[in-house]
Ligand binder design. Sequence first.
Ligand code: DP6
Length: 326
Amino acid sequence: MTAYTARAHTNIALLKYWGKADQELIIPTTSSVSLTLNEFYTDTTVEFIPDLPDDEIVLDGKLLSGSSNQKVIHVLNLVRTKANITTKAKVISTNHVPTSAGLASSASAFAALAGAASKAAGLNLTRSELSMLARRGSGSASRSIFGGFAIWNRGTNDRDSFAHPIDEDVHWPIQLLTVIVNDQPKEINSRVGMQSVVATDPFYQAWVDHANAQVPAMLTAIENHDFQKIGQLAEANALQMHAQNLMATPAFSYLTDTSWIIIRLVQRLRQQGLSVYATMDAGPNVKIISMPADTAKILVALKEQLPNVKTTVATPGPGLEIIKGH
Ligand code: DP6
């Protein structure tokens, strides 16, 4: 059978997904809104090979085993069921999302896997169907099928929980400046973290109601290219998400002292008239939503306070592409 290679880019949530209504199907409790990034992506090649005894998954040159392997096999199984085949597959995946970029690669990885595996199995899925499939690997991957701004409508079941494009071709200045925080705390992965919050946070339902109510305001802000409003909503939503982690039992936080130094710096720069806003995911790195014209000023302020800090800049990027089929 033919091998196909797909490329998908990472995305950053401006309104976060933080909790599942259905663990198995990965149906979220809230809709989430994201920006796909140009600089960071995953290339994945899938080939279904008759007589291959088992799925073989190679990530960045290493044969995978354990739980990441299980998630990949889970998506391959869904593809096999749809295509009515039992053939095992060889999957070769390369991340162009350096760990040093401070961004997660699971969104781009599962979006690329959905694209390459479905093509290699002879399926011609719509982008909505690809988004549903990517979602089953990792929720945030549902949004990486699309470029620019996307919304993952939470839906209620396997067939209505998928992402939609909002504005795929973003031609106005918005960027994400990631500040890499080195003092990594003990890792609680996002799946475990959100599960604990859903199960134990007494304020969780209030967060869900509030987060869902932020969605229409964010859509209007994106439609109007209203940078300030997008930033305000994104920063509030991120801080509210992180507050839920402190409400869980046991309480936990991804944010370190250095994260807070950066968050406060962003707030100070705003008081000085700059349009900058912070967002944080399941880790200590702070991403500064900003405009390219302000990069130099942000970097000067950062270096003053944290001289050794590393940064990367990312701009809006494209959706899933099949880059090779042979
Ligand atoms: C904080 O998509 O990694 O980045 O569906 O369990 O694989 P699973 O979780 P995942 O969670 C992402 C959480 C987040 C917010 C977001 O991207 O919306």
